[in-house]
Design a protein around this ligand. Sequence first.
Ligand SMILES: [Zn+2]
Length: 291
Amino acid sequence: MPDTLIRFDFVDAAIRGEIVRLDHSWQAICSHRDYPPPVRQVLGELTAASVLLAASLKFEGSLALQLQGAGPLRLAVAEARDSLKVRATADWNELGEAATLPQLLGRGTFAVMLDASVGEPYQGIVEVEGDGVGAALEGYMARSQQIPTRLILACNADTACGLLLQRLPDQSSADADAWDRLTALASTLGAGEMLAVSPDTLLHRLFHEESVRLYPPRQPSFGCRCSAGRVEGMLRMIGREEVEAILAEQGEVKVACEFCNQSYRMDAAEALALFGPGEAGSYFSGNPTRH
Ligand SMILES: [Zn+2]
């Protein structure tokens, strides 16, 4: 099935929703690394959730969801842009018996990072509560954003998908029972059904007795933002001393993008040129003498 995101709202209730299905983009993410199934599960749910949230960004930029822990799963991050380009990666140690999110993460934090192309980046961090990505994100939305949110997420090796319902602030004209009724309907959705059935059919099955307004479907896709320019910026940030240490050890600088495996290489002259002719590291470079 094609990758699809559909936004919708309920005509008689101040509740909005989105449903997403990622096949190609999720398979692209999985092709970059051999994720053990429990890690893949967490990463797939995180990826679907990031696309759901990015679809309502009001600015040009990106939204990243990041889990960080002291357990075998050290890091899982999914980043989606307002254009619905998505990428994700994870970093883990030997999993042992760990299978659920609390076992994988240990004591962990959940961060939501917003990065607009203009203005300051925003980061909100909470402790991870609940037994899965959906519960962790619902907790974040309730505590940090005061937005009641229900998320149903599912994933396997081929597909990552999710359903989001969100209560809008203006409840004046709303049907008072709608939130309870609609979230109860959403909760009937099992992972198997969600993975097997197309988003528009799922919406029809769940909400055919409600009056639902659907917006035109959008198509998420895999996309990485790495570039030689970004790698150069990163090397400038870690500083000349560190780059010289890498050159002394390896004779070149080699950086692989953890999201897409693209590798970037620089020989010593190229790497040192990043720090400008005035700092070329030579005895004879004409640096001002200290007195
Ligand atoms: Zn990349």
